[in-house]
Design a protein around this ligand. Structure first.
Ligand code: DGJ
Length: 730
């Protein structure tokens, strides 16, 4: 709900549990006055105290009033060069060389529904579900207007933000920074949580207190990256899963980004998040506008758990555009770890036949089916079937798979090219490269210049020929290197600062065309696993291969970190063979199944090599997954313990929205010599209900399970796991 106090120029945005407030003050500065637990009917600018502070300049119109300084006041969208020395949200250069930006309140408008931002991903909602406030700020001297968009998804405690900068002058403007979100706090006694690490170990949470100066994470790799995720949390020092104030900030963007938090001299703090300013410079001709990617905030006064569940619901219901919406997705089998590049049609059909017999419904052919692609040094860019491997072509293979009662999917890496390819030999100028400089390789490949429409059009035609030439219902869109040598032959020297962003827009453009032309195809995003696991990609690819690390124990950590923002249904997760390909670890098949099942579930192994006992176990897992599909995908997710803190076990739970069903998942660590007896306290149940355990005669009240706990059986061996199904009696 948006509440307007026109007289006092106060804008209050209420969600179910939170309130966000801004006020245009006497000098038309838009102040941020509050974000937190819901408070109705207050002007929260009373919280702002102004005193005369030295070295904090006063705006000219404040006259002799030395108490008023932009450097002290909480700003809604921070400017630069006029007296606020903290992190700016916007920086631009005028024709006269000035970098000063001074944005003042000009007006507002209300819109029903969500304002579409063309070419960029965003949460969506109907006019009944969403309302949008647009506040217009203007720098009169620079002739620049900035529109701040706030869309309220009330039941989800979610507020999305976007920013549009318009050049209203007669000269060009060069935009060096345009943040999506600026959030000022009248406090700095908070922790910052970020989600970091590397390829094969993505989104590991890191938590630490704010301290004087700037803390920041980001990416200049051209992708959102394995190293830092464009999602951060600010929270109370003592916030945990169930208590404490938490502010989540998610950027729906898949390229260079930065999230920076600054603690100021007066113990205030500011979060600024958006496209990374590195090598960003966007030229705006008179009349042109630039729209920054969307950011989405969830504030939870009740800890991380509630914040995550609100993000999960909002992503599932207002961000994903899933062709399987309301239907079960098939369990998939992917041949990558089973065969790598070494396969032919017969080998693939054998794997698919085994899979079909186990209840698996989708066969995915990974890398290596096209051009001269027999290893990762050649073939990318040549999207023609390798007839030596697949003599009947894709159509024939797809028919064989269909005859087995399965759907057929394929792998592509549209953004890349190998030098050893027909495409590169014909168009060496189509790759990102700086004239006179030989470009760096990554995995032996170069990056196609997706900022160029002609390059995208060519690739799209190739993709269309493949996707229309056979019965294909799934596409894994992979991307396997960071961007370097970022320069485009399609843009003038002055516009080279646009290439990184235009590249991302190009990826979105092609994905949108695919979605439009092949609405039935499920696209799974992938970037060497989770190198582009962000809200931007999820808008186009409703599931993303979460990590190239398929070891169940490593996955506990990766999936735990991922769950802070992203729902389980988006997390591509497969059971693979042991010893694990990445780290050699041996884990029980049951453990691998339970771990992968809390995601978009599949297998990635040569099922023909499984023993009869293993096949029976896989058949049981697939059946179990289908039975509990709704709980696993749409249930409320509770992290019961952290794989980083608890060496005995890692546990998590899914609870149905009506609280009548729950699935409890526990994975133990290495065998201990003296078995421990553990009780596990559950969450999210109805205290008044009696729950039956796994269909047995054993019943526990919700109150007992949540307060006293459930007695875990003692277990033997390394990494055993169990899954407990609870159903309310009566
Ligand atoms: C990286 C992906 O993450 C893997 O799953 C696999 O598809 C390979 N690329 C294929 O080259």
């Amino acid at each position: 709900m948006i509440v307007l106090d026109r007289e006092n120029r106060i804008f209050t945005l209420h969600t179910l549990n939170t309130t966000y407030q801004m006020k245009a003050d006497q000098y038309n500065v838009l102040l941020h006055t509050y974000y937190g637990s819901r408070i109705d009917g207050c002007d929260l600018s009373v919280l702002i105290q102004c005193n005369d502070r030295s070295f904090t300049p006063n705006p000219n119109e404040a006259g002799s009033n030395r108490n008023y300084s932009l450097d002290v006041m909480p700003q809604e969208y921070s400017t630069c060069g006029v007296g606020d020395f903290r992190l700016p949200s916007v920086e631009l250069e005028l024709k006269n060389g000035s970098h000063t930006v001074d944005l003042r309140y000009k007006g507002f408008r209300l819109e029903k529904g969500k304002c579409p931002s063309e070419g960029l991903p965003g949460f969506y909602g109907s006019e009944d579900e969403v309302e949008t406030l647009v506040i217009v700020l203007k720098d009169a001297a620079a002739q620049v207007e900035t529109e701040l968009y706030y869309s309220i998804f009330e039941n989800y405690d979610l507020i999305t933000r976007a920013v549009r900068v318009v050049n209203q002058g007669t000269d060009e403007i060069r935009l060096y920074q345009c943040a999506s979100l600026c959030l000022d706090f009248l406090r700095d006694d908070m922790d910052l949580l970020t989600f970091n690490a590397r390829h094969l170990m993505e989104r590991c949470p890191d938590r630490g207190p704010l301290r004087p100066g700037i803390l920041s994470v980001g990416s200049v790799r051209g992708i959102s990256s394995h190293q830092h995720n464009p999602f951060v949390i600010l929270c109370d020092h003592d916030a945990d899963e169930d208590k404490g104030m938490c502010y989540g900030a998610m950027l729906l963007y898949s390229g260079n980004f930065e999230a920076a938090v600054e603690c100021s001299q007066f113990e205030n703090s500011r979060l600024v998040m958006g496209i990374h300013p590195y090598h960003f410079c966007w030229t705006l001709e008179p009349g042109q506008a630039f729209t920054a990617p969307e950011a989405a905030m969830v504030c939870s006064p009740d800890g991380f758990g509630q914040m995550s569940r609100q993000y999960h619901r909002a992503v599932r219901e207002h961000l994903l555009r899933d062709p399987y919406h309301g239907r079960q997705k098939p369990v998939l089998v992917n041949n990558w770890e089973a065969t790598y590049f070494d396969f032919n049609a017969d080998r693939l059909i054998d794997i698919a036949r085994e899979a079909a017999a186990l209840g698996i419904g989708l066969f995915v052919m990974d890398d290596g089916w096209f051009g001269s692609r027999n290893d990762d040094n050649s073939g990318l860019g040549d999207w023609q079937v390798n007839l030596e491997k697949l003599p009947g072509g894709l159509e024939d293979l797809a028919l064989h798979i269909k005859d087995l009662g399965m759907k057929f999917g394929i792998w592509m890496e549209p953004e890349m090219v190998n030098e050893d390819s027909h495409l590169y030999r014909a168009h060496p100028d189509w790759v990102l490269h700086v004239p006179g400089r030989a470009p760096s390789r990554g995995r032996g490949q170069l990056v196609l210049d997706f900022s160029r429409k002609d390059v995208r059009d060519y690739i799209y035609e190739q993709m269309k020929a493949i996707l229309s030439g056979a019965d294909i219902s799934y596409l894994k869109w992979d991307m396997n290197r960071s961007l370097t040598d970022v320069w485009s032959a399609g843009l003038s020297a002055r516009r080279q600062g646009e290439v990184y962003h235009r590249y991302v827009l190009g990826v979105y453009d092609l994905l949108e065309r695919l979605r439009h032309d092949y609405p039935h195809i499920l696209i799974e995003g992938c970037c060497g696993g989770g190198g582009r696991f962000d809200g931007g990609m999820l808008y186009y690819t409703p599931q993303i291969w979460c990590s190239d690390d398929t070891d169940a124990i490593d996955r506990l950590r990766i999936q735990y970190g991922t769950s802070f923002c992203y729902p389980a249904c988006t997390v591509g997760a497969h059971v693979s063979a042991v010893p694990n390909e990445q780290n050699g670890r041996v884990t029980p098949l049951n453990t691998r199944g339970i771990t992968a099942m809390s995601g978009a579930f599949g297998y990635e192994m040569d099922l023909g090599r499984c023993t009869m006992e293993e096949k029976n176990e896989i058949r049981r897992q697939v059946k179990n997954y289908k039975i509990h599909y709704d709980l696993l995908h749409y249930g409320d997710y509770y992290r019961l313990s952290s794989p980083y803190q608890d060496s005995v076990y890692t546990a998590w739970e899914q609870v149905s929205p009506d609280q009548r069903e729950a699935l409890v998942n526990v994975v133990f660590g290495c065998a201990g010599t003296a078995p421990l007896f553990c009780t596990l306290r559950l969450k999210g149940l109805d205290p008044a209900l009696q729950y039956q355990v796994d269909g047995t005669d054993s019943f526990y009240s919700g109150k007992a399970l949540m307060n006293a706990g459930y007695p875990l059986p003692s277990v033997q061996g390394d990494y055993p796991a169990l899954q407990i199904y609870l159903r309310a009696a009566g």
